[in-house]
Every structure is written in structure tokens, then in C-alpha cells.
Write a protein that binds this ligand. Structure first.
Ligand code: A2P
Length: 276
């Protein structure tokens, strides 16, 4: 079974979850339902994914009580100003149909817009009002983190960033450890691009596991929270079947050597300024 990880605010988060980025709204309830049946307790969505209603529907029809599920959503980029952020948070809660959110993140810092400090203050307000338990950020670089911590004195519980064997984020991880900010890995399978990697394939075969399972196991052993996405029932179930083997030091070393300049598959947080 997956571990839970303690956050710097005293709450905890399941270490393995289901990501629903790019899951079509029309199938999201079904996909999340498969995930919950398969053992997932953490569901990671965002306003920008357009599928919060489907997540809400799956939560309501699940055989597992709401209290055992951990639901994350994220504030859209064009709603960093306080009024907009409060309004969008209300919309998220309406769509999800939950009383309290487990984790709410600022989706991107959008440095060009320069409103993320105001967004962070609003998340603190929502947390203090009890509407969300834990608050954090996504795609924040060190300078963005230092700024929000410096201006508010509140350290995010989580930073969700692109992280996989081709983009291991070693320098960032030291800073996060110092501040006890839990990293969550998005695109943990390298957006699917690592699934034919010969090094990982060798390790996977040694353990009688698939490449995807081996990569997910690597995230777990690195102490990361990991949210692989799949819309396929068998793959969703298989991605959760990672608690019966362990990568040894040689395996971990071999995967460490895959870190590469230019390994990023998504946008660069320093410059990303898309509005949604
Ligand atoms: P699909 O949804 O068709 O299963 P990431 O989480 O890094 O963004 O990667 C997601 C991509 O990897 C998706 O394209 C997903 O496709 C694919 N994927 C997820 N799990 C597996 C798996 N176990 N085997 C093969 N492909 C997978």
C-alpha cells in the first residue's frame, strides 16, 4: 500500500495519486472511478483541465468515503487577483461538490503578470477560513518561492513541478528539502516519452515489472509524490501495482545517470505566461 507523506503544515498526502491532466471531461468520472477502485486515494485536477465536474461525480459515486480521498485542484492563471481567485475557488468547489478541499495550488507563477504574491495571500486567506486544508504552488522556481515566503512568512506545503528521470531537478530538490516543501512530480513518465528507454527497460525486466512501474517506483523511493495519468483501466491499475518490489542502489544510480539537459517536456515556469 502507498505511504502517506507528512507535510510541513501537519497534514499528510498519499504518495501515489492519479493525475487527470488531458483527460477528456466526458470520460473523467469513469477514469477517476477506475482509479479509486484500483486503490488510488489522491486525485489531482485543476480548473484549467476543465474536468473538475467529472472528478466530483466520481467522488460522489465512489465506494470509498470522501474522508479517505485527497482532492487537489489548482487556481487558473488569469485569476491571481484576490476577487477573481475567490470567485474561481468557489467555482472549483461547486464543480467538485466538496465541503473542503484537501490541497489547492497556484497553477503557474506567470512572472510576467506579477500577481502571484496576491494569489498566494488569497490562498492563505482560504486556508485560514478552513475552506482548504493545505495550500501550495505549482511550477514555482526558487525565486518565486523565496518571494512568497519572504512577503507572507507562509511556506507552501507542496510545489508540483515537472520531474522525471530526464528532468530530475536535483538543485531544486535541495532547496525544497531545506524548507520542507514536498515536491509532487508532474509528467512523471516524461509525458510517456520515457516508456521505451533501454536503461529503464533493463531494470524493469530484472524486476519483472514494466517501464512505467519502474519509473513510478523510482519517484516513490526518491520521496516524491507522484501522479501518473492514464485513461486506460489496465494501465491505471498497473501503475498502482508498485508496492511489491524495490529498486536497488545500482538501479537508482543507473536512473540518476539519465538526467539530461533539455529534458523538459512542458513549459518553462520562468517564462510561461499562457492565460487560462
Ligand atoms: P494513456 O492515458 O493512453 O495510458 P505522464 O503521467 O508522464 O504525463 O504520462 C502520461 C502518458 O503516459 C499518457 O500518454 C499515458 O497514456 C501514458 N501512460 C500512462 N501509464 C502508462 C503505462 N503504464 N504504460 C504505457 N503508457 C502509459
Amino acid at each position: 500500500m502507498p505511504e502517506s507523506i507528512s507535510l510541513n503544515d501537519g497534514f499528510s498526502i498519499p504518495q501515489l495519486g492519479l493525475g487527470v491532466w488531458q483527460v477528456d471531461p466526458s470520460i473523467t468520472a469513469k477514469v477517476v472511478g477506475w482509479g479509486i477502485e484500483g486503490g488510488y486515494r489522491l486525485i489531482d485536477t485543476a480548473e484549467g483541465y476543465g474536468n473538475e465536474e467529472g472528478v466530483g461525480e466520481a467522488i460522489r459515486s465512489a465506494s470509498v468515503p470522501r474522508s479517505e480521498l485527497f482532492v487537489t485542484s489548482k487556481l487558473r492563471n488569469r485569476a491571481h487577483e484576490r476577487d477573481a481567485a475567490l470567485r474561481e475557488f468557489d467555482a472549483t468547489m461547486r464543480k467538485l461538490g466538496v465541503e473542503q478541499l484537501d490541497l489547492f495550488l497556484i497553477h503557474w507563477p506567470v512572472p510576467k503578470q506579477d500577481k502571484y504574491v496576491e494569489a498566494w495571500k488569497t490562498l492563505i486567506e482560504l486556508r485560514d477560513a478552513g475552506r482548504v486544508r493545505s495550500i501550495g504552488v505549482s511550477n514555482f522556481n526558487r525565486d518565486h518561492l523565496e518571494r512568497i515566503i519572504g512577503e507572507t512568512g507562509v511556506t507552501p506545503a507542496v510545489n508540483q513541478i515537472e520531474l522525471h528521470p530526464r528532468l530530475q531537478q536535483r538543485a531544486a530538490r535541495a532547496f525544497h528539502a531545506e524548507h520542507r516543501i514536498q515536491i509532487e512530480s508532474w509528467s512523471p513518465l516524461g509525458s510517456g516519452r520515457l516508456l521505451d528507454n533501454p536503461t529503464i527497460d533493463g531494470i524493469a525486466r530484472k524486476h519483472g515489472k514494466t517501464i512505467a512501474q519502474t519509473i513510478i517506483r523510482w519517484h516513490l523511493q526518491e520521496g516524491l509524490v507522484v501522479i501518473p495519468k492514464s485513461v486506460n483501466r489496465d494501465r491505471i491499475v498497473a501503475n498502482f501495482d508498485v508496492f511489491d518490489f524495490e529498486l536497488d542502489a545500482d538501479d537508482m544510480q543507473a536512473i540518476a545517470s539519465l538526467d539530461a539537459a533539455g529534458g523538459r517536456t512542458g513549459a518553462d515556469p520562468a517564462t510561461a505566461s499562457f492565460m487560462f
